[in-house]
Write a protein that binds this ligand. Structure first.
Ligand code: FE2
Ligand code: FE2
Length: 262
């Protein structure tokens, strides 16, 4: 039976596919960390109060990158270069979603709209991250190393999602509602496409590493396309709704340190 759990189990059990999985995850997390650190440094004077939270957001993502690298190291594996077609963060940036890296590399302060664009990008991508981590946690909570890593990352991603809801609602109340709604919609529709393309690319590579049959690969690809069709039809709306989160000021304190690799 082809369940999501057995599929992930197979990927985790093989060194080469585990290496690719952790390398892709680590690279995406570290890119997120870099982006957020730059945004925090360039926050305009009027939005200065937000800077510590953006810094914390970035520190969390960097920590996630280190956690995935530590998982590799524990198995005696080196990270591999991430193939361009599996680079979710980079592909989103190429599609003009979130803030352009050119803008982040420059030393000019961002505008309020830039900050809102960052928060909308976070609202959408943190939803994806939170859902993926919740799924991994459901399947692998009992796995000694992976379970511990995923539990911590999952709690952080939930915080990031809560924070982006809360801050976007604050900007909505300040009169930015139309821009926020437009940006969220654009971001969600692009994200679901990039997520589909990256999923297809990752699964194609996993299939080659693990010697999957054509039938099995075709079935998985059809599943990914069906998920996209659902997200395009209705599912994307879950990524753009704004709700006051249960947990307020989720990024109010300092980052929780990563557990020492055992
Ligand atoms: Fe993360
Ligand atoms: Fe996150």
């Amino acid at each position: 039976m082809l369940s999501a759990k057995s599929l992930f189990q197979e990927i985790l059990d093989n060194d080469e596919s585990f290496r690719l999985f952790c390398s892709i995850a680590a690279s995406g997390e570290s890119q997120g960390g870099w982006e957020n650190a730059r945004i925090a440094a360039l926050v305009p004077e009027s939005e200065r109060a937000l800077a510590p939270k953006i810094t914390r957001h970035g520190a969390d993502e960097d920590k996630h990158g280190r956690i995935f690298n530590a998982l590799l190291k524990k198995r005696g594996l080196e990270p591999v270069d991430v193939p361009a077609d599996t680079d979710y963060t980079m592909l989103l940036e190429r599609h003009g979603i979130g803030l352009a890296h050119d803008k982040l590399k420059a030393d000019r302060p961002l505008t309020v709209r830039d900050v809102i664009t960052y928060l909308a990008h976070s609202r959408v991508t943190e939803q994806r991250a939170a859902e993926q981590m919740a799924m991994l946690l459901k399947y692998f909570a009992d796995d000694a190393d992976l379970g511990r890593a995923v539990r911590m990352i999952s709690a952080d991603e939930d915080n990031h999602l809560a924070y982006s809801h809360e801050e976007l609602l604050r900007y909505t109340a300040a009169g930015h509602g139309p821009y926020i709604r437009r940006t969220l919609r654009e971001c969600a529709l692009a994200e679901i496409r990039v997520h589909r393309d990256v999923s297809l690319a990752v699964m194609a590579r996993m299939g080659r590493l693990l010697g999957w049959s054509r039938g099995r690969s075709a079935l998985l690809a059809a599943g990914i396309r069906a998920t996209y069709a659902y997200e395009r039809l209705a599912g994307w709306r879950r990524m753009v709704r704004l709700r006051t989160p249960e947990r307020r000021d989720a990024l109010g304190g300092p980052a929780t340190p990563a557990p020492e690799p055992a």
